[in-house]
Design a protein around this ligand. Structure first.
Ligand SMILES: NC(=O)c1ccc[n+]([C@@H]2O[C@H](COP(=O)([O-])OP(=O)(O)OC[C@H]3O[C@@H](n4cnc5c(N)ncnc54)[C@H](O)[C@@H]3O)[C@@H](O)[C@H]2O)c1
Ligand SMILES: O=C(O)C(=O)C[C@@H](O)[C@H](O)[C@H](O)COP(=O)(O)O
Ligand SMILES: [Zn+2]
Length: 363
């Protein structure tokens, strides 16, 4: 079992990584000293496979357990879905000491976290991530929320979980496309923070599926990625500065994701495209060498992730969408740009001309 602590000014919590730990959800939660009532939020597909294990474990530990299911997919990451979670919380009379457990990928995690942040002005929250992406990224750090029809995650709150419980065994049932999407955020950590992790991914024979990846490498990926996220978030919980680096690839990525109505790309795929774009911007500005940008793009391709922007997307629409990015400051879009593998800088010097040129080059 590996345990990583996220230390924050007002709280601290553990990320527990251990094969088979799903069945210990109840005993792990017992240590948190939370109230009796627990609402598990999931989607029908995930709940059908892992719901029973979680519910049995919680009941065995003495909890009174309810569940609420939201249909799968980013298109359900909405205020409407959230309202239904509130209805279930009301129906079962959840109290301030009650806990919402997110059993699922980043969509379920982000929504459940926001429900926990807002129901009764804040109840306990536990993350049980079931996708690679949610394990390495979404379950840690407390960004919660839902999408607005005009953009990604525009409504939300910073609200930290009390525990993150990662059982790598559940990745066995994860579709390969979703595994690759999670690898995009792993590659992100390599580029922004951990050059050694990047090197390990480059050296590995195959990293495009759970079936192909070496188990030791997967363990390293889970530990190093969550550690990277914990390090960054511990230094800057609410994105006053440093934390923005975790948004590498997301500036153009989020625009591509929302302009294709969450139908063509899953989040990790859009981030992969966004990283290729940000890398190109950095090389055009003379901040990053072509050689290192090529290494990044090769790794993205080796993972089987997309690297081009659909030609049907209007450049002006992308530029317009960038204006609602949360990193915009004094009207200027800020980009996270690599300067060498393992290091990035935050720049507000990227001109519209460069963004235009790069988008056209990637179509
Ligand atoms: N809060 C954060 O810091 C943060 C970080 C990264 C991404 N996100 C958000 O996370 C979301 C993407 O999350 P995601 O990539 O996990 O996608 P997702 O939550 O949509 O899950 C992907 C699909 O995998 C299925 N699935 C999940 N676990 C499974 C399993 N073990 N076996 C079989 N099927 C399984 C789900 O039913 C779903 O269809 C986006 O909304 C993104 O904005 C948030
Ligand atoms: O935790 C963070 O900070 C991140 O930026 C992680 C991202 O991978 C994640 O997709 C996040 O939800 C994006 O945040 P947003 O503030 O751009 O909506
Ligand atoms: Zn992301």
């Amino acid at each position: 079992m590996t345990s990583i602590t996220v230390n924050l000014p007002e709280t601290a919590y553990e990320i527990v990584i251990s094969p088979g730990c799903l069945s210990q959800l109840g005993s792990q939660m017992k240590k948190l000293n939370v109230g009796k009532k627990v609402l598990v939020v999931s989607n029908p597909e995930i709940f059908a496979v892992y719901g029973d294990t979680c519910l049995q474990s919680l009941k065995a530990a003495g909890f009174e357990v309810y569940h609420h299911l939201i249909p799968a997919g980013e298109t359900y990451k909405t205020l409407q879905s959230l309202e239904q979670v509130y209805d279930t919380a009301l129906k079962h009379h959840l109290e301030r000491s009650s806990t919402l457990v997110a059993l699922g990928g980043g969509v379920i995690g982000d929504m459940t976290g926001f429900a926990a942040a807002t129901w009764l002005r804040g109840v306990n929250f536990v993350q049980v991530p079931t996708t690679l992406l949610a394990m390495v990224d979404a379950s840690v750090g407390g960004k919660t929320g839902v999408n607005h029809p005009q953009g990604k995650n525009l409504i939300g709150a910073f609200y930290q979980p009390k525990l993150v419980l990662i059982d790598p065994n559940v990745l066995k049932t994860l579709p390969e496309r979703e595994f690759r999407a999670g690898m995009a955020e792993v590659i992100k950590y390599g580029v922004i923070w951990d050059a050694d992790l990047f090197g390990k991914l480059e050296q590995a024979e195959q990293i495009d599926s759970f079936a192909h990846i070496a188990p030791e490498l997967l363990e390293t990926i889970l530990i190093r990625s969550t550690q990277a996220k914990a390090d960054v978030v511990s230094q800057d919980e609410k994105e006053a500065g440093l934390r923005a680096i975790l948004n590498y690839g997301h500036t153009i990525g989020h625009a591509v994701e929302s302009l294709t109505h969450y139908e063509q790309f899953v989040h990790g795929e859009a981030v992969a495209i966004g990283m290729v774009a940000a890398g190109k911007i950095a090389t055009q500005m003379g901040l990053w060498t072509e050689e290192e940008a090529d290494r990044q793009d090769r790794l993205i391709k080796k993972t089987g992730l997309p690297t081009t922007i659909p030609a049907k997307l209007d450049v002006d629409a992308i530029l317009e969408t960038l204006q609602s990015d949360k990193k915009v400051k004094s009207g200027k879009v800020r980009f996270i740009l690599p300067t060498q593998i393992g290091k990035v800088e935050i720049s507000d010097r990227v001109t519209t001309e460069i963004i235009n040129e790069v988008i056209l080059a990637l179509r």
